[in-house]
Design a protein around this ligand. Structure first.
Ligand SMILES: NC(=O)c1ccc[n+]([C@@H]2O[C@H](COP(=O)([O-])OP(=O)(O)OC[C@H]3O[C@@H](n4cnc5c(N)ncnc54)[C@H](OP(=O)(O)O)[C@@H]3O)[C@@H](O)[C@H]2O)c1
Length: 160
């Protein structure tokens, strides 16, 4: 990381008024704080979450701190490809384009298990769910100048 990048703070983020941002797993943690910051900078923010109640709570917290924030939720369970496909279809029905997809949601140290389609829980949720979702909405991103997909991950993979 360059010296100037290491000094970056939220105050350095420019206005995002014309942008539509989709964040997976935005009900807590990194995803929530990212959603809150984008909303504060004027972006339209879509919180793609598996739990509607937690998503609503997150949206309420954002609008309390950012009056007039443009936030909406999208039902997305990354551990179910049925849900992933439904979420992609719902997103497409609501938005003609998106500027940024942030693949943030996921889990770590979950007990041994599988997703609905039988993939190991971490691989199926963190990777396969996002891979399929991104593929199904890619054409909403591709025509947009400067669009991007951001993948939130961890250096912990090096120990794998
Ligand atoms: N925090 C760290 O120190 C750290 C370090 C390295 C990497 N990361 C990465 O940062 C990202 C966010 O981590 P965090 O620390 O913010 O974790 P967190 O607070 O546990 O948030 C994880 C989010 O993912 C959601 N999620 C979990 N399973 C899901 C599923 N099947 N479908 C849809 N959403 C699901 C959770 O939803 P619910 O609210 O419904 O549970 C929650 O909103 C992860 O990719 C993680 O690997 C974090």
């Amino acid at each position: 990381m360059s010296r100037s990048a290491s000094r970056w703070t939220a105050a350095d983020m420019p206005r995002q008024d014309d942008r539509t941002i989709v964040i997976t797993g935005a009900s807590s943690g990194v995803g929530f704080e990212t959603a809150r910051l984008f909303a504060a900078k004027g972006a339209e923010v879509i919180l793609a979450c598996r739990d509607h109640t937690r998503a609503r709570r997150a949206m309420d917290r954002i609008t309390q701190g950012v009056p007039g924030a443009r936030v909406e939720d999208l039902s997305l369970d990354l551990a179910s490809l049925v849900s992933v496909r439904a979420a992609a279809a719902e997103l497409r029905s609501r938005h003609g384009h998106i500027d940024v997809l942030i693949n943030n949601g996921g889990l770590m140290w979950a007990p041994r298990g599988t997703t609905n389609e039988g993939f190991e829980t971490h691989f199926g949720t963190n990777h396969i769910g996002h891979f399929v979702f991104a593929g199904l909405v890619l054409d909403l991103l591709l025509p947009v100048a400067g669009s991007r997909i951001v993948v939130v991950t961890s250096p912990a993979h090096r120990a794998g």
